[in-house]
Design a protein around this ligand. Sequence first.
Ligand code: THG
Length: 367
Amino acid sequence: MSMLSKSRRLRPTPFSQGVEAQGVKAYTVYNRMLLPTVFESVEADYRHLKDHVQVWDVSVERQVELVGPDAFRLMRRLTPRNLANMQDDQCYYVPIVDQYGGMLNDPVAIKHRDDRWWISIADSDLLFWVKGLALGEGLDVKVFEPDVSPLAVQGPKASELMARVFGDQVRDIRFFRHKRLTFKDTSFVVARSGYSKQGGYEIYLEDSSYGMALWDALFDAGADLNVRPGCPNLIERIEGGLLSYGNDMTMENSPLECGLGRFCNAAEGTYYIGKEALEAEIASGPKQQIRAISIAGDAVTPPAAAWPLMKDGVRVGQVTSAAWSPDFQTNVAIGMVEADHWDAGTVLDVETSEGIRKAEVQDGFWL
Ligand code: THG
């Protein structure tokens, strides 16, 4: 494959030096930064993630910070999710939709206080939408991208490694909660979260200059745990049903289509962008929806474009993520399927880049 020309627009991360030194083999571009996709091989990285512990440079999960008296008001405008009971140490997965109910992003919101929030974004320029909304509604809130870069520690030994660096308090952090913990002469927000189903943490590095010190501290402390650099793993995230914005859904899709209907529960009387459109769709039901899909035969080459799902020569959906699963001995996939064909057990044809295969709708992801 051809090379990627680097320039100032492809921003480095505070951990790039470590990622390069430890042998990253491939990157993707995400929020105009480089996100590692392979260290050893996708399958070797998968095995290691499920058995040990990995450190992931997920700085590409950029933060949109909201600060000011109207920060909470702006957050409520931004998402159909009910934020009324959210505590100051919680993180919520929040769909963000436009006035037509189309998904603009599927970030994690981190609440610090009513007047201070981070929105940890997926791959779209959400900052512009949030700044525009604050301006248009005349809200008293500052919206900006802070110098914050998440570093994820994922895998079954994540708690052990984190406890060695941050102390045993990390073990008390519950899922999607966060706590500020000291590191050298500073401190970082540490959350129990991350883009894998293997368990783990995300450290929100504030101040890039501490990046390599944090990176090195984790690798020094975890040598006997077989800690390695890693990254979101294609196979593991498909097995777990973790969606990828821009791949599995776009602005063309509603949160109901994405299977995120449980997060569209804003309190009665709360106005958010997209409310009318979502309420209409809740009444009629979505026309298509995300499904777990298995693809027959030997290992597929993962898709670089959507693969049509066909029934008797008619397109009834598409597969957007697919990979061979060593643990389940089948090709696991994520697809969007029309209502008439989305029941578990339905067999369709999928037009992969290497020919037609049988695809079967599953009753859930591989957990
Ligand atoms: N962590 C942080 N920021 C992120 C991601 C992350 N920004 C980009 C991207 N990932 C956003 N997308 C997701 C998708 C899924 C989850 C988190 C972010 C996730 N889902 C859990 C699940 O589906 O099981 C839990 C959802 C819930 O029940 O609340 O974790 O990974 N900081």
